[in-house]
Design a protein. Structure first.
Length: 93
């Protein structure tokens, strides 16, 4: 019996530019496969190829996470500053 096809979205956003791509993948596809199929890494060459932080609908997951139809894979940017430190600085004022 052949494997079914699922549709998932891959999203990446910068302050002034974003990309949301819908890709068709086999049912057993992983987050890594979705990112590869989306070509987002080619469109945003500044994204590091290793050590990506990714998630599905705001929940961090691994690159080997198996996707379900309708999932949205999100590629997260590194934080510019530590939120705890920013809060401490605001509280000190």
């Amino acid at each position: 019996m052949s494997e079914g096809i699922i549709a998932v979205e891959v999203a990446y956003a910068l302050p002034k530019r974003q990309k949301l791509v819908v890709v068709q993948l086999p049912e057993s596809a992983t987050v890594s496969a979705a990112i590869d199929a989306s070509n987002v890494l080619k469109d945003f060459p500044d994204i590091p190829k290793q050590g990506l932080t990714v998630g599905i609908f705001g929940h961090v997951c691994s690159m080997t996470h198996v996707l379900k139809s309708g999932d949205r894979v999100e590629i997260y940017r590194p934080l510019v500053y530590d939120p705890k430190e920013a809060r401490r600085q605001r509280a000190a004022k």
